[in-house]
Design a protein around this ligand. Sequence first.
Ligand code: ADP
Ligand code: MG
Length: 995
Amino acid sequence: MTSTDCVKVAVRVRPFNKRERDAGSRCVISMTSNNISIQDPRNPQNSRTFTFDYTYWSHNGFSRNKDGLFVPEEACSRYADQTSVFLDLGQGILDNALQGYNATLLAYGQTGSGKSYSMVGYGPNKGLIPTLCERLFQSIRSTQASKQCQVFFSMLEIYNEQVADLLLKVSRSAGGLRVREDQQRGFYVEGLKRVPCDSAVQIFSKECITKQSNIYLVDLAGSERQRSSGSEADRLKEGTAINLSLTTLGNVISALADTALGKKVVHIPYRDSVLTKLLQSALGGNSRTVMIATLSPADICYEESLSTLRYAERAKRIQNKAVVNEGPTERLVKELKAENAKLLMRLSRLGQEGRKTDDETKELRRLLTHNELQIRAIQTLWEQHLQEALKDWETQYATITQERRMMQMHPYIMNINEDAQLSGVVKLFIQEGEWDIGLADNSPRVLSIRGLGIQEKHAVFSNQQRRVSITPVSGSKVIVNGVSVSKRIELQHLDRLVLGSNSTYLFIGFPSERSGEDWSRYDYDYFQSELAEAEGFHIQSLCEDQGHRPHQPDPCLLPVFYDYVKLMPMVTEANQMSKELKKGVEFKLEIKNLAMTDSKGHDLEKDIAVRVTSVESKQVWMWSKAKFVNRKFLMEEVYQQQVGGGEGADRAPLPRERDPFWDPLEPLHLGSAHLWLQSLAFRIPLEEQVEVVGPEGTEEAILQTQLVPCNPMGLPLGEDDILIDPSELLGKRMDFQLVLDQCCGLRWVKESRNRGVQIGFRVFDCPQPLYTPAIWHNVNPLMDHRVQFTALRTSQELLNYMQSNALVLELWGLQEGCSELVSCMDGVKMTQKDNIIIDKISASEHSTAETRSSDLSSSLRALHQDMEQLRNVNAALRKENSCLREQLNSARNGVENNRGRQERRGSLRPSCDAEFAKALKVFYHSMTSVRGQLQRLRRHKPSEEADLLGFRLFVDEHTYLLKDFSEQLEQCVTTLKQDVAAIVRRKREKSGIWS
Ligand code: ADP
Ligand code: MG
């Protein structure tokens, strides 16, 4: 009985968790019948659809019933509860097992996506494993099946590439159990208990047993992140073993899928991890296999979910050949029974034929008895197995009871894992006296732990006079409640401990100190948030930076915050691995765009990035979050091979292109400066020193720049060309030049002289950014870069743009070995004089221009109130002006002749307007410096470690800056008022009303 069939694949999507709800996540997954689609949150047009054997929507449309079960809210709800998942998947596995096929059910998905919920379940919402076991025992007891089939049940835990027998907890050997390979059995775990699953111990059926099946039910525990919670006396440096099982599983799935597609695959890497060794028969072997892929629906998990779907897609193609198993024991029993039947037949035939002799009968009877005894012996063995198993359970129970007793007597620390199911698995009791904690395991007074960055002797616990303290050994990393400690510190109940890179423990004080509080709130996220906060990264401070009121976190910032907290321990681990592997690179988390704004001055979308710096060469890479996460997987593999694995420890270093710590060098975006275009709309030249601000608000350089309104030939316009009303430009040709004179105080080059810079900018509707030539090795390079832009028929849109937007000048950092940035001139139109043509919007696009212009004018209002005020003054002035003119006309009527009047009117207007424009120019210039001062004020913050004196200094400084700011502002407005008053006075004088 053989059947070829593919691995069946199901996907399930869970509800939002708290973190996702807090972050205001959107659901990016949708399902219709057997199709599932996932949408890229950054690019909603980009969506991918996959088809699977089963899809389960468990995201919404459910309620909790009186028994605590999650059930569909309404009859028509498509919510898939645990029962419906079991009926599809669990029942099939059970049927297969009872028919004698090996059957495997495994869950795959990122941590927290719902693997355990589906496989094991939580509370009354029992998952596949318990329900399947229940049904298995039921059918064994009640049906024919029991007489046909022997089912063995093993439970094992793969943690850190070590196999531990969960049915045999007491005698956990130091190195875990061995996985061996056998010609017939394939890979198996040596000495693993195989408990005959006959739930209640009863005499096994005397009927023939013909089939045996193995059921593998796999819930992958652990996390993608390197974690340590092991306490076994084991000196192996903890690598990234949990993760290794996951990645290897992925690799095996990929290789098998390729085989199914007819591709030539030389090697399927079953041997690369314990999990895949054990699952060899389930994947591409003798088993009927179902995989359930679990997903988070949230936009912030898009990358992980997409990757899960891709693996699931590949797993569908894997083909297995399942056969009904006949074990040797079973065969023996079968043979004996067949022989018995033959003997009985002979006996009866002898009797019928009347030829029976006493001897022959005796012999036959002896044989029969012998056979029956043998059968019974086999069955007794089976019973013995059951008895032994029962004994093991009892011993294990005793261990648990013992642990409970210890918990009632002593303070202890317990591990906190990212996978909540693994939290509390390790409890280290701190009994009276002194206890070393570390890798060492050579003395009874040592609490042995493993983990990245843990030393042989890491710290010392002391429990004296009912006080517990910890003293770090010099050079080892110990963090208590987020704060790094180097001296002895007394521990309080529920203190949080981080040992080494990221081994997290919760301290539980003496029983008398415990008062039934809820410890569950001290979960992995709590630890990480606390560490982030201690680093000065706090959701509140992040909001204040952005000018939001504290206590009201901007929902857009929450995903960034959670990303930061999530990546923090990974960055710590990457640094530790780099240190141990002597890679000489440092990783640092950064928030992209924290202090950056777009051309309108609006905040840019924030994102997490990792800055990678080579300590020696000072080369710098910026990695996106996704890239870092990917690279870290690879780093762990390298680390595992070179440090953790033992075998191949002396392997030659990887070639650079395969080294996950390395990357080709690219130009880095160092920061941006804003050059406001406002003055161009009035044809006023602008000469400015602008500050280039880095992503986190640092000053990267000062740029000396100009914006020069000019004629088509490039000659600067004069003061008489200054406009009072920008709309006069509408439909006319406009030319201006951007001049980049000099770059001063380049921090990037100051840090390392073998670097260079380029400046990139994009004007209005220019399709591509333009770049200046590269300048190397100079902290204050002269650039003398000049570009002329031409709008042939100035549109309203361009006018609006100039009044509310800035030209963003991006500073790019170059380093040795990276290619320079080149301006791409595709789609860029030029005049005959090589000016760049902007404002190419045709009249037909009027309506879109209209909507955009309303958009622009609304932000204009908010951003430039000073401009509005100025216009009001201007309008009032004009009114007065025309009023005066009328009076003047009527006064002069009859006094002067027509010719004289016209003369006067003609010369009056331009000279007054020019004066007014001059006043405006002065005003703009001073406003620019006021704006700069305001920016400085906004960035001016007390330092993290400031003490009282430090704060006082800060306050003094701040007061001074404020005073300066208000003086400048006052000065600006006063000058304007005076100028305007003078102009009005002169006008009145000239009109001669009071003369
Ligand atoms: P994993 O084992 O993949 O790390 P868990 O199964 O522990 O993830 O799930 C993480 C959290 O999400 C748990 O609190 C669990 O109760 C919840 N959860 C997962 N799947 C579902 C579901 N289908 N319905 C309701 N809650 C779920
Ligand atoms: Mg789990």
